[in-house]
Design a protein around this ligand. Sequence first.
Ligand SMILES: [Zn+2]
Length: 208
Amino acid sequence: MSDFDNPYAAPQSDSAPPAPPSAAPHVESAGLWRDSKLMVVRIGQVSGIPQRCVKCNTPDDCERMSLRLPYHHPIYFLFLLLTPFGYFQARRAVCVYYNIPLWVCKQHRFWYSFGTFCGGMILAWPFIFLFGGGLFIGIYDRLSGPLSHSAAPATLVIGAVIWAAWCILYFLLGRLTPVKKCHRNRVWLSRISSDYLAALPPLPKDLI
Ligand SMILES: [Zn+2]
């Protein structure tokens, strides 16, 4: 005997049963995709960007930052091995900047600000060090006599180590989402939270 004939059967709802909850809600956006561990953004994309931190996927304390992300061909990093200052000079000439508005939480905004400060110190440190080192040597000479032969090179080494630290901190923190690739009107961004990426639709094959 079917339920249609059974007057004691439980009433059936016209509405479809709810879909099982998925691990990550998909973002409906025509200009935002995931491509393996990278996020692909269409240049000029403003709407449809999830209001969650791209670094940790939290929705708390997020603010939209209009990031100015630099890109140059990776081969220019070879300049770093030859002459770091040569690299920064070459970078000025060859870098292309993309303005991408992304949401970033308070904590990652702080580290990003600190990273950009370190980037500024890469160029400012040699001048600060020369001035500060000269001042130190002058005061030392006056108080304790001429600086010993071993102390002067040690001061230079310390200055160089601090300068290298500014460089490392900048490359780790000051580049929030480094641009890995550019193709037509799209950019590929790295260092994005895996949970954030999981909510994005995969990049269609014809756009790769
Ligand atoms: Zn975050």
